[in-house]
Structures are given as structure tokens and as C-alpha cells.
Design a protein around this ligand. Structure first.
Ligand code: FEO
Ligand code: CA
Ligand code: CA
Ligand code: CA
Length: 656
């Protein structure tokens, strides 16, 4: 058992920690520390699937990439970046950086950002939303090849800081401010291309673009899968329970083999003004009086639970968006369950059934997996969205002996029957957290992103931190867990659809100078904490992005680790190097790349974050002036979340 170090207690609570934990079930904890499990052999390669390549200009979903690791190890040849505390994005020597798409930039040929945040609600509906998060580059297919110079970016906008969003912050809260706030949520779909030559090459947003689109908290979405039409999904505005206005709290993401984008609804509960005495279901999902202070309910009764009891059941899902079809309604895929979805990472089982790994990001919540009933055909021009409507949802139980089991959340199995309070499968999915409680899932330290190794099929999941943990267990071996860890598992027989797995801990994060919390595990190199975003490149290098609380970085346990950052890991050797460091008060997220590995897109989320002061425009400004302080082309005035692009100065593979 780890000792509890005094420095842990110095950490100020994050905004999330202000909320009481929702999981008071008696699900198991384990008392033993894990010992290492030998690295698994390379039993399988990720199945890579080209799509619609015969069209002159089409999209590719998964891409068959040249893999440097096919005949050997991935490489970390770049010079490590020192921990930085600048109010700027710093990147490893030999690389160049540009600003691409900041909050308020037009998605197409629409209105420009006003530096006083004076854009109207209607203008915000065709501009970049706030607080960029998960992201993916869908390359165009040119002559049957995946382009690395043209494509579409899908970008989640997770939440808003109302103090920054409106010229006068939250003063005189109004209907217009409510609509603007809703329009700053959701997803951007933008067309991008690399232009110029030599050292002058730059990415630009293509304006106008036929693909450009904003999906907001007011866009009509279709509801599909077992919960579609269920009584608990019906509202006064939607008597059939089949159409919902909007998606929100869009956090991490996934990509399907048929070339669609999965956007995950995470902290949806905070937008609802709950009842003074919430139902057990509402309590379990954190739907409480006052929510997280969004105040939408004052002008949109959908978000007042007393007025519309079922609206909250229509959020907390995975949303599928087809970037090829700018007029098609996105779809909420209810078969994947309702919880605070962080990510929806897709792979294929040995028999080509679709497997989706998902985290529920809250202290003591669970890791889930979905397996489709039917396989994805090797070529299917109709796509595979229907495969996300019929399948089995599982939740993970980690045993102390390094083994684990996927427990089916299926009505009629594992005690999920009428006598235990579950009427049917729709009920199981709408109340997935409670179903997972009943079957005995393992409470984890805030599961965030999940990534599948492209060569071995090993699955890695960030457990960002959990300061509330008082009893350690094998899979969550520190109490409290101020720095987080990364767990990994391999499915039995190398088959993603397997019922059993073995697991170990890839890294316990932390400051090496903190004797109690120092970084350890299967890695060596640069230290970090609060891992969040995860992405494997084609070589099998693991890109780790961090989200440590800003106050902890400024004067807490994270001081020596620098600002939030990106690190690259060789998971075979365990070597980790810092690659990028962000500005003050930001989180780094959304990292993705072009098929050739020569361009990296990264999101800088909430620069200047001032916890507890979201209503006040002055507070973030006192913390960060980014991006205007680093990029002259950015309109000054307020900190703005933004997408940046990184290239190597010589044009070769980034960090290669
Ligand atoms: Fe939206 Fe858990 O990060
Ligand atoms: Ca996250
Ligand atoms: Ca996080
Ligand atoms: Ca964040």
C-alpha cells in the first residue's frame, strides 16, 4: 500500500472536486498492489479500413498508414522539452507552430470574431465554439490515397466560460445569452488544407466550404438504438422520444471504420436545474438543484427538471456525426449506454464485430465496452451506423490478480431484471451507472481517454486523478491519487470481443522529487501528472496529454512538472519525453495527426482558467493572454481556446 504523502493534501480541489461523488455503491475495492505483468506479444495488428476510396474526392475513416513499427521499434528522436511555465505554447526544438482555429473564428465564410466578445447568438452559431476538446482529421481521398494536405477536422467544444463568452460576463443573464451559450457548445466541422511551399507551408481553414458545419446544443439530433422512443425519453416537445435538440458537454471522441466521428457527452448533468429532492436516478447522475451554475433553465424550460422531467435522460450519450453529410442529423447511439462519456474508442474484433471502449469520467466511475451483434463488412458503402444500435454493453471488473472480466449490462442477465428494478433494456441503458453498480463493476479513478495500440491491440486508459480515494485497490493503487495513472489491458486471445482480459499499470504518475507520489511503473523519462488525452500514432508511439488543475500547477504539487503538456511514450521501452507545453491555465487535448505523420493538430483548452470565477471576464485575463500574446494574427482581448498545428521544420514526421 502506498503511503499518503503530505504534499497530496496541499492540492487545491479542482472544479470537479467541488461536486460530491455520485457513486455510493458498495462495489469492490482491492487491497493488494499490482505487480508488473510481462509485456504482451504482438498478437494482432489493428484492422485498418480504407473507405470510399473509389470516389474522386471522398473521406477515409481509419487509414492504412505506413507503419515504422512494422519491422521494429517506434522512435523518439526529438530533443525533450524542459518543463515550462510560460504563458505560451512551447514545442520541442526543430518544430514550428501555427494557430489554426480559435473560439469565435468563422467555420465558413461567416462573421469574424469580435475581440470584446460582442458577437451575437446567431453569429456564435456559425463560429467556433468554446473550449475545444476531442478532435479528428478525416483526410480526403485523392487518387485513392489518404491525403495529408486536405481534409476535414471535427472538433468538440466541451463547455463555456460565461464570463468570457459575453461582453459583460454573466451580468443581467438573459434569453439571448442563454442561446449564445448553447450555440458555443457542440461540434465544429471545418475543412482544412495545407498551402504554400517550403518553410512557408501553412494550414488554413477553407472558407467557404460545403462541409463546414456547426452542431450546437440546439441542433436537432436523431435518437437511435434500444432507448429510442422509450417512455423515459419522451418529452412535451418530442412525444415520440426520437428527436432531441442538441448535444453538449462534448468531451473526447472516437472514429469508426466507416469514416464517422463519435462525440461524447460528458458532464451533461451540470446544465440541468434539478429537484430539491432528486430521484435516486438523478442523484446517481449528479442532477441537482442549481446544476453547475449554467442558468440555461431560466430561459429554456427543457433544462429545468421540475418542468421537463425526462429531458436529462436524452443527454449523456455518444453522438455519431458523418462529416461527409453536412445536412444529415447526427445520431445519439443509445446502445452505448448513458453516463458521463469521455471517449468512444473503436476497434474491430477478430470476426470484425465493432468494439467501442468508453470511460465514465467521474471519481469512482467505470470503464465500459460495447460489442456489436454483427460484423462490419470489409466494404460497405452504406456505412456501419446500424452496428452501433444492436450489440451488448459491458462494464469492467478488475481483479487483484491482474485479470479482469467484462460484465454484460443486458436485461435478463447478471441480475438486471424487473425484480431488481430494471424494466427492460432501454431502462438498463438509460440508467447504465446503476446497472453497472448492480453487476459489481470496479470503481476507477476517473477514466478519461482510451487508446488501442495499432500493432498489439493493447488498450490504454488514463485515470486522471482522484483525490477522494481513501482506500487503495489493485487497479487504483494510491489513496488519495493526486497525480493519476495509466492502466492497460489485453483481451484474452488478442480478441477485442473477449469476455476476459489481463491488465497492469503502465505508469503511476507524479513528481520524482515527491517521495510518496513519485512517478513509477513501467516507464522512465520525463515526469507528468493528471494524464487525460491519449492517442497512438501509426508507429505505435503513445501521445499523452495532461489536464492538471491550474491552481496546483501555480502553487501546488505540480509546480516542478510545468504547465499542462504533451509527452510521447515508447510503450515498449517505457521511455517518455516531453514534446509540448501549454500556456497558463490551459489543458492540452484532442491531439491527432495527418496520415503521413507530418502534421499534428492539438487543442489548447481554456487558457486562463480561473476556477470558481467563471462569471467574471477579468479573472481569466489576469492569468493568460493567450493566444494573442503569441500569435499576432489572433484578435486580442480575451483568452481563447484554439486548435494549433505543429510541423517539423524540415517537413518530416513530427517528433520522428
Ligand atoms: Fe472532459 Fe473528463 O474531460
Ligand atoms: Ca478529458
Ligand atoms: Ca480532465
Ligand atoms: Ca478541461
Amino acid at each position: 500500500m502506498e503511503k499518503i504523502g503530505p504534499l497530496h493534501r496541499r492540492l487545491p480541489p479542482s472544479a470537479a472536486d467541488d461536486q460530491p461523488a455520485c457513486n455510493d455503491s458498495t462495489n469492490p475495492c482491492f487491497g493488494e498492489l499490482l505487480t508488473g505483468i510481462a509485456a504482451i506479444p504482438a498478437t494482432r495488428r489493428r484492422v485498418l479500413q480504407g473507405g470510399l476510396g473509389s470516389l474522386a474526392l471522398a473521406f477515409l475513416g481509419w487509414i492504412d498508414l505506413p507503419s515504422a513499427a512494422a519491422g521494429g521499434r517506434p522512435t523518439l528522436n526529438f530533443p525533450a522539452l524542459a518543463a515550462a511555465r510560460d504563458d505560451a505554447v512551447r514545442v520541442a526544438d526543430g518544430h514550428v507552430l501555427q494557430l489554426l482555429y480559435a473560439w469565435g473564428d468563422p467555420v465558413s465564410d461567416g462573421p469574424a470574431f469580435r475581440s470584446d466578445a460582442g458577437n451575437s447568438a446567431a453569429e456564435q452559431a456559425v463560429q467556433a465554439g468554446m473550449h475545444h476538446d476531442g478532435m479528428h482529421f478525416f483526410p480526403f481521398s485523392e487518387n485513392g490515397q489518404a491525403s495529408s494536405t486536405r481534409g476535414v477536422l471535427c472538433i468538440n467544444h466541451e463547455y463555456t466560460d460565461e464570463g468570457l463568452l459575453h461582453a459583460d460576463g454573466m451580468a443581467e443573464w438573459s434569453h439571448a445569452k442563454t442561446i449564445k451559450s448553447q450555440n458555443a457548445h457542440g461540434v465544429s466541422v471545418i475543412e482544412v488544407e495545407l498551402v504554400g511551399s517550403g518553410a512557408e507551408r501553412r494550414w488554413r481553414v477553407v472558407r467557404p466550404s460545403r462541409y463546414a458545419r456547426r452542431i450546437t446544443a440546439r441542433t436537432p439530433l436523431r435518437i437511435a438504438g434500444p432507448a429510442a422512443g422509450a417512455p423515459a425519453m419522451r418529452t412535451r416537445d418530442d412525444a415520440r422520444g426520437l428527436v432531441v435538440f442538441g448535444t453538449l458537454a462534448n468531451c473526447a471522441m472516437g472514429v469508426t471504420p466507416w469514416g464517422t466521428y463519435l462525440s461524447c457527452e460528458e458532464n451533461f448533468n451540470g446544465y440541468f436545474n434539478g429537484l430539491a429532492q432528486p430521484t435516486p436516478e438523478q442523484q446517481r447522475y449528479g442532477i441537482r438543484r442549481g446544476g453547475h451554475g449554467a442558468r440555461w433553465h431560466e430561459h429554456d424550460r427543457r433544462f429545468d427538471v421540475a418542468s421537463e422531467a425526462n429531458e436529462a435522460n436524452r443527454f449523456g450519450w455518444v453522438v455519431e456525426i458523418d462529416p461527409r453529410q453536412p445536412t444529415q442529423a447526427p445520431v445519439k447511439r443509445t446502445a452505448l449506454g448513458r453516463f458521463k462519456h469521455e471517449s468512444a474508442t473503436v476497434t474491430l474484433a477478430a470476426d470484425r464485430r465493432v468494439v467501442v471502449y468508453m470511460g465514465d469520467d467521474e471519481a469512482f466511475e467505470y470503464i465500459y465496452k460495447y460489442v456489436s451483434d454483427d460484423p462490419f463488412p470489409s466494404s460497405d458503402p452504406a456505412g456501419g451506423g446500424h452496428l452501433l444500435d444492436r450489440g451488448t454493453l459491458y462494464v469492467a471488473r478488475f481483479s487483484a490478480d491482474g485479470r479482469g472480466r467484462w460484465l454484460a449490462l443486458q436485461h435478463g442477465r447478471n441480475g438486471l431484471v424487473a425484480a431488481t428494478g430494471f424494466a427492460d433494456q432501454a431502462d438498463v441503458l438509460i440508467r447504465a451507472r446503476q446497472a453497472a453498480d448492480l453487476v459489481g463493476a470496479t470503481k476507477m479513478d476517473r477514466p478519461e481517454w482510451i487508446a488501442v495500440h495499432p500493432q498489439t491491440g493493447e488498450v490504454y486508459c488514463t485515470l486522471t486523478n482522484n483525490r477522494r480515494r481513501s482506500i487503495a485497490d489493485a487497479a487504483n493503487p494510491r489513496a488519495p491519487n493526486a497525480f493519476g495513472h495509466i492502466i492497460r489491458w489485453r483481451e484474452a486471445g488478442g480478441d477485442a470481443a473477449a469476455s476476459d482480459f489481463s491488465w497492469d499499470i503502465f505508469v503511476l504518475c507524479g513528481d520524482p522529487q515527491n517521495a510518496d507520489a513519485g512517478q513509477r511503473g513501467n516507464i522512465r523519462g520525463d515526469a507528468f501528472g493528471s494524464p487525460d488525452g491519449l492517442w497512438f500514432d501509426a508507429q505505435g508511439r503513445l501521445w499523452i496529454q495532461t489536464d492538471a488543475p491550474g491552481a496546483a500547477i501555480r502553487s501546488g504539487d505540480y509546480e516542478r512538472l510545468g504547465n499542462n503538456q504533451v509527452l510521447v511514450a515508447d510503450v515498449g521501452s517505457g521511455e517518455v519525453r516531453r514534446f509540448l507545453s501549454g500556456p497558463h491555465g490551459c489543458e492540452i487535448t484532442g491531439l491527432t495527426g495527418t496520415p503521413d505523420g507530418c502534421n499534428l493538430f492539438v487543442n489548447i483548452q481554456h487558457p486562463g482558467e480561473a476556477p470558481g470565477a467563471r462569471a467574471d471576464p477579468a479573472r481569466p485575463l489576469a492569468i493568460s493572454g493567450w493566444p494573442a500574446n503569441q500569435f499576432p494574427e489572433a484578435t486580442g482581448g480575451r483568452p481563447r481556446s484554439a486548435t494549433v498545428v505543429i510541423r517539423r521544420r524540415d517537413g518530416r514526421v513530427v517528433a520522428g
